[in-house]
Design a protein around this ligand. Sequence first.
Ligand code: OXD
Ligand code: MN
Length: 595
Amino acid sequence: MSPSKNSKLNAWVEEVRAMVQPDKVEWCDGTTAEYDRMMQVMVEAGLATKLNPAKRPNSYHFRSDPSDVARVEDRTYISTTNKRDAGPTNNWASPKELKETMRGLYNGCMKGRTMYVIPFSMGPIGSDIAKIGVQVTDSPYVVANMHIMTRVGTKVLDTLGAGEFIPCLHSVGKPLQPGQKDNGVWPCAPIEKKYIAHFPEENLIWSYGSGYGGNALLGKKCLALRIASAMGKKEGWMAEHMLILRLTNPEGRKFHIAAAFPSACGKTNLAMLQPPLKGWKAECLGDDIAWMKIKADGRLYAINPEAGFFGVAPGTSYKSNPMAMDSIRENAIFTNCVMTDDGDVWWEDMDKPCDHGIDWKGRDWKPGKEVGAHGNARFTAPAKQCPVICSDWENPEGVPIDIFVFGGRRTRVMPLVHQATSWDHGVFMGATAASEPTAAALDVSSALRRDPMAMLPFCGYNVGDYWQHWFEMGDRLGNKAPAIFYVNWFRKSDAGKFLWPGYGDNARVLKWMCQRVEGKVGARETPLGFMPNPEDLDLTGLTIAKADLEEVLRVDAAAFKGEFADLDGWMAKIGEFVPERMKKQVAEYKKRFGG
Ligand code: OXD
Ligand code: MN
């Protein structure tokens, strides 16, 4: 029986039920008892292992199928009536054809399974920036993860009343025959049957065939980025692939920073960084997504629409991110890690080595040629468990953003930091951001890729229109617009050594940004924009060779000129959709380099 009086919702759930033909339907209430029951179901199905409670209380480990370990960009669609509205960076399919294909797959796809109906809020329930979604899924793994990553439950239905919701349909695409059980085999469909489809004209999401991460937890990339970005364009707000953090200076002034990086650039690390600078305090508000609206005072306010962290495990350690390590000490879900002999989880570059365990493929494992944890192994943990979660992280009003940061992973060419000289220049910096490849997507090539505002896989509409939206937001914000910076923590020397220590020391760069906003620190003008002189950075307590510092702050004009062809290629890819203001920025950029 539906606990909702929303007739549109009830009609949709009934329509889906008739199509997917589950054994039964369960409405999720978001309670701990429900979470525990999901885990019980999955332990019994051989899909989950409860970790040793003495090591990691109330935590579970899962192993997915090797074909289902990351987002599948080739199978992700933006389905709009006109192809131009999906733009040159998205896969497009006509809604009519895509729906027909997918209906064929959905038909009877939940046979032998339970269909769960998950009402969830992205953002604090009732915030004027928040949105309500309802996900239908046949995966208890998804239910449990949604409990952590979003706000699930009856209160959401009460708030929804008869209002609008975003329908999110999901199936792992593996019906069960009578008597058949999963028996330890992660359910999913083969790659050519996986579809992650978005219909922005109707605010609708259909996902089929994958049980993993962003393909399946539909509140995250599908709703909070692809659909929300398209809604933001229509409604005049922004949904961005950005962490949010608060830095407080010794005088008590708070700065809010929203930073966009492609996957695997240390976003979660930056979101939780702890400054080694006396009197400076950092608090985390979110590690992946920011929704931002201009409020009555003319400033841009951000909320984190999520309630948890779905972080990349390998590389996370007490050295790289102690706050994340403390966030996952209990009540966490781990996927595709090594299971240790004492019933805990492990991954590459965790603090202590692991001599023996079961690898992510379920095989007996010892350190050697093959990694034990998949490169995109993940932890799911409640944000409230982060020791440095900001007291305002659930403030329905959001926090006013002072600074935007773009960046990427570049071993060469790009210096440590530069600042835009104007909003339009900052939009150009974001639009031309580039990074080296990631394990978070299964199917991206190993070449350097341009990743505009880190939204390449997540922008739910034409990227040219998206850039135009950025320009227009700047017009509306005027002199209240955040200052824009670009960083690269990953520059290496010719000998392959990182030139900048990174991690907590990145706070030194953030401090420079805050002081720039206050007009308290110097900079030099370069063809890239404003950059710090070595003495403008607070390097107290840091040992860095003078030559390394100079190198990491050097603008190699010849190298940048050498990338003009790549820049032209990128603009040519967006072609007729490049806004005039972007063309002007490209021309000015080249002129500054004398070319
Ligand atoms: C993520 C990603 O999972 O960006 O956050 O890939
Ligand atoms: Mn992300």
